[in-house]
Design a protein around this ligand. Structure first.
Ligand SMILES: C[S@@+](CC[C@H](N)C(=O)[O-])C[C@H]1O[C@@H](n2cnc3c(N)ncnc32)[C@H](O)[C@@H]1O
Length: 992
């Protein structure tokens, strides 16, 4: 689509189609769309009518007739809105919409001059107009019936800024094109690109770098305009000079205007000149957009409206997902900020640092905390609060966020630095940084030397979550470790380095409060970090929340509260509370009491409906693996360990578990489908079934006909041929076997062996793993065919299989050989009970995956896993397990899902009493109690699975991710062809 007329036409056509198919929603029946309706003073593009021919809403579908067809008008711009609202008012239509081919914004018809924040609107990113047109009819009827909600007020403002940002960015792209002919600009630009570490990206894909650059230029410029308006509104700033915003096109004029501003209001954090961005001229259209936005900003009172929430939302919503993802730029919910600042800032004299400050959530939290502790001067508080962010845009937002905390006082200085935290070196008195705040002595190159940061009393942060493999410069991130005498595991995600580096800026007894991924509690890489924490801190608490507590999901995260402590004895004796919060605490102090409790005995767990708290002396925690189990593990698991311990043993007391089989080269020796070996004509004699993973069968009893993989099985043939050899052969064994194959006419397998030789599989240097297997290179030996099979990894299905058909196993399955005297069926029954599923969830490892994290066991884990000791079962107990599992095995192939559930139920009801669950106080079996225990365990398994599912995939890459939220919103709205741009309010900071 390239012209305005086409946008009209497409929209018209699809709306008409929807109406002809019968568009009736919430009692409103649409009957017609009138195109180009003539009105005094112009034409309404499209008028959508209901039953009696009443105009219900009109749509202004505009696109600027410019060269680039992708550039549209801003559907939020006053001109467009004014025109549309004029037409709607004249026609008596209660709603109107503006549309540019990409974005559609629906408004309630309003009087002219109503400020942006007072307009009722709802916006949509239109992906497929053919689907969206019909959905739009439902939406408009929905808002009319109060069934569909308008955007919250601040969203309208954010969306306006968002659309301004993207239009300005398009224009800056044009300006950049013109500057790319200018050699001196180009050399500066390339230097800047180098500073960002993007030189290689620039060589690979210059357009991507241009986009990132123009996006930043556009953010920074937008902030300057918005903040200027804020200063003009704020009483404290009496000296704000008149800035002629109508004349910013030329860099010189712009520089002058902002320099004047800086001289008078002294707010370098925002107005500091940056050659690389400020030398871009504004196009004529960009200047027009600036004029429109500034006119609009005139119409409302920013002083009252531009608060913490709005700034947080700018951060959250304007930065595109991909960009946010690269730097881990996510907004921290105010409740988390309040809790962390409350637990770490104790005294009014405390200095506070956030080394990854983003839009300033923690800085504002620290501001409020200091203020509540009694610091009452705005400038004094600001002098105690320090922030660092690698990126200038969030740093700007932080500075604004702090300034707006008190607009009755001028802000001269915010201690916000734009730098990579890992470039800030402790002990180096003065560091040179590219400074976003008022500086001391300016160097020639515009950078400043400052004392930064000081040693502080509290470090608080929600550091970025970037996986180890994606950290741009691991060396830089880890360069401080040598001085500390520590190492972190190479797989450590970036937040681990924030812990160790931030330590260097803490006073003795200073506190650290971080919101991070909780992977360090369970992943292998966490061990080194735990070691560091044990050696240097009192670990006061680790807190995790049910994610429902927040408006946006907090996935796999925890809060860690630490205190720097050099005294080993004090550290050992310290109390560590591991706290899982289940309920919403409206009173922050009540929550603080739960987290800080110092009455509970060491080594005990307190579980109630609102929280669970496990308390340990720090030195006992040191030897414990997987502390996270105490945070999420079901109550019944701990009951099992403490009260039924005598009934348990470990798996290796009952059976041998070993590593499965490896071929040395799966690509060659394995075939996933029958046709893969048939294509080569490999004779059936050389093919055997192989169980690669348990998922192809949904049963417990593995049968020959179950779909499995296949492998090239030459072992028996090779043995026969070589054993039959008489006398000394002058040829190597492989030649002897191949000759026999030829004699026997096995052409298919011979062709395949040649294929293998062409890949050097018969060359010990090239393929050592293959060559060391059997007697000749294509004999990979006899895989295990054990009676029971334990999956090394699984997602949802914790089945243990019986292998009556003797199918070979790959290494993703562990062979289980019961010891002499152990009844196979009873063991199989116990292993398939819900009790074992729960134990495996708790004792296995969680490995990250895309759709769902998987549960994985090493052989060692499997051997150590706890299990009811079946050697102690009475004959009667063993019998009932045997009969439950036998019935299941016999009937599973014909059983419905419900019947399968019944089998499981019967098995659980047989296994649990064998260790004493379900017995009343007198040791008698109580059937009702037993049912309750069975249900409790089954529910625990479900909850653990759900937790593992939620911790998976993309979502774990972000701390506070709204990718999931966005996905859910789409589902929730079920709106065809479009994505709602924004929805839902943000909790306010006082909303405890
Ligand atoms: C999760 S956000 C912090 C959010 C903040 N607490 C808020 O409420 O807005 C993490 C921030 O760390 C910044 N960051 C990433 N790597 C950094 C580094 N090496 N040094 C300093 N800041 C960094 C990102 O730009 C991002 O703004």
């Amino acid at each position: 689509m390239s012209s305005e007329a086409e946008i009209h036409f497409e929209l018209y056509r699809h709306l008409m189609n929807a109406i002809e198919e019968g568009a009736s929603h919430y009692g409103i029946t649409y009957t017609n769309v009138e195109p180009e309706q003539s009105l005094e003073g112009g034409y309404a593009d499209l008028v959508v009518e209901t039953e009696r021919g009443d105009p219900f809403f009109i749509i202004e579908a505009k696109r600027e007739p410019v060269d680039d067809p992708d550039r549209g008008i801003d559907p939020y711009s006053t001109q467009v809105i004014d025109q549309a609202s004029r037409y709607a008012t004249r026609l008596g239509a209660p709603y109107f919409a503006t549309y540019n081919g990409r974005k559609l914004v629906l408004f309630k018809t309003f009087e002219r001059g109503v400020s942006l924040l007072d307009r009722k609107s709802r916006d949509y990113e239109v992906e497929d107009i053919s689907e969206f047109a019909g959905a739009l009819l439902g939406e408009v009827a929905g808002v009319d019936n109060d069934e569909v909600e308008w955007n919250p007020h601040s969203d309208t403002f954010i969306s306006r800024l968002d659309s301004f940002h993207s239009l300005l960015q398009d224009e800056f792209r044009d300006s950049l094109e013109s500057k790319l002919d200018d050699d001196s600009f180009v050399s500066e630009y390339e230097e800047w690109i180098g500073d960002q570490g993007w030189t290689e990206d620039y060589e690979d894909d210059p357009e991507e770098v241009h986009t990132a650059y123009t996006s930043q230029a556009s953010y920074l410029f937008m902030n300057k305009l918005v903040f200027l308006k804020l200063l003009e509104d704020a009483d404290a700033y009496v000296d704000v000079p008149d800035v002629d915003l109508g004349d910013l096109a030329e860099p010189e004029a712009r520089r002058q205007a902002f320099d004047d501003l800086m001289e008078n209001v002294d707010f370098e954090a925002i107005y500091e000149q940056e050659e690389i961005f400020d030398s871009l001229p504004l196009t004529e259209k960009a200047q027009e957009e600036v004029n429109l936005l500034t006119d609009e900003l005139e119409s409302y009172d920013l002083d009252d409206q531009f608060d913490y929430d709005v700034i947080g939302q700018i951060y959250k919503e304007i930065i595109p997902a991909e960009e946010r993802h690269d730097l881990g730029q996510y907004y921290t919910p105010p409740r988390v900020v309040d809790l962390i600042t409350r637990l770490t800032i104790d005294d009014e004299t405390d200095d506070v640092l956030d080394p990854a400050c983003g839009s300033g959530g923690f800085l504002v939290g620290a501001y409020n905390r200091l203020s509540s502790l009694g610091v009452d001067d705005h400038e004094d508080i600001l002098s105690q609060v320090h922030g660092i962010d690698i990126n200038r845009f969030p740093a700007h937002l932080s500075a604004i966020n702090l300034a707006v905390q008190d607009l009755s006082t001028e802000t001269h200085n915010t201690n916000i630095e734009v730098t990579d935290f890992f470039n800030v070196i402790h002990g180096q008195d003065r560091v040179t940084v590219d400074r976003a705040s008022v500086g001391d002595d300016e160097d020639d190159d515009g950078s400043y030397e400052v004392d930064f940061p000081p040693i502080v009393d509290a470090v608080v942060a929600n550091p970025p979550y970037i996986r180890s493999g994606q950290i741009d410069d691991v060396e830089n991130a880890g360069s401080h470790l040598e001085g500390l005498g520590y190492e972190l595991d190479g797989n450590s995600d970036i937040y681990c380095y924030f812990f160790t580096h931030a330590y260097e800026f803490l006073e003795e007894e200073g506190k650290m409060g971080f919101l991070t991924s909780n992977r360090w509690l369970s992943a292998d890489y966490g061990e080194e970090l735990q070691e560091f924490l044990f050696d240097n801190f009192k670990i006061h608490s680790v807190i995790d929340f049910r994610q429902q507590m927040f408006e946006i999901p907090l996935i796999s995260t925890c809060i860690t509260i630490l205190e720097k402590c050099n005294d080993p004895e004090e550290r050992r004796e310290n109390r560590t509370n591991l706290v899982h919060i289940k309920d919403r605490f409206d009173d922050l102090e009540e929550l603080v009491d739960v987290v800080r409790d110092d009455d509970q005995e060491f080594g005990t767990m307190n579980i109630n409906s609102r929280f669970r708290r496990a308390t340990f002396r720090q030195d006992t925690l040191r030897d414990m693996e997987r502390w996270d189990r105490y945070l999420f593990g079901p109550k019944i698991y701990f009951e099992l360990l403490s009260e039924y311990e005598d009934q348990l043993c470990s798996v290796d007391d009952l059976a041998d578990v070993s590593r499965g089989f490896t071929s040395g080269d799966n690509d060659y020796f394995y075939f996933q489908e029958q046709n893969e070996y048939e294509e080569w004509g490999i004779e059936e004699e050389f093919i055997s079934p192989l169980l690669k993973h348990i998922s192809p069968t949904e049963y417990i009893d593995l049968k020959e006909e179950d779909p499995t993989w296949y492998y090239l099985d030459a072992t028996e043939y090779v043995e026969d041929v070589l054993d039959a050899q008489t006398g000394f052969e002058d040829r190597d064994d492989a030649e002897v076997v191949k000759e026999q194959l030829e004699e026997d006419g096995y052409d298919g397998v011979i062709a395949y062996l040649e294929h293998g030789e062409n890949q050097d599989l018969n060359d010990a240097d090239e393929s050592p793993t293959v060559m060391q297997k059997g007697r000749v290179w294509f004999d990979i030996g006899e895989p295990d065919k054990p009676p029971l099979i334990l999956a090394k990894e699984y997602w949802r299905d914790a089945r243990v299989l019986r292998n009556t058909s003797g199918i070979a196993l790959d290494q993703r399955n562990y062979p289980v050989e019961p010891h002499d005297g152990i009844d196979h069926l009873v063991l199989l029954g116990v292993l398939n009970s819900s009790l074992m599923a729960m134990i495996r969830e708790m004792e296995g490892r969680e490995q990250q995956g895309m759709a769902m994290n998987r549960n994985e066991l090493t052989v060692g884990d499997a051997e150590d896993m706890r299990i009811p000791d079946i050697r102690d079962f009475s004959e009667g107990e063993a019998d009932s397990i045997r009969s439950a599992i036998s019935e299941w095995l016999e009937e599973e192939r014909e059983a419905s899902e419900d019947e399968q559930d019944e089998f499981k139920q019967k098995l659980d009801r047989a296994v649990l009493p064998a260790i004493g669950f379900g017995e009343d106080e007198d040791g008698e079996l109580d059937e009702e109690l037993l049912d309750e225990r069975v249900e409790e365990i089954q529910q625990a398994v479900e909850d653990l699975l759900e937790r593992r599912e939620q911790g998976a995939g993309l979502e774990t890459e972000v701390l506070i991710g709204d990718e999931r939220e966005e996905e859910e919103e789409v589902d929730e709205f079920d709106l065809a062809g479009a994505t709602r741009i924004s929805d839902g309010g943000q909790s306010s900071i006082s909303d405890w």
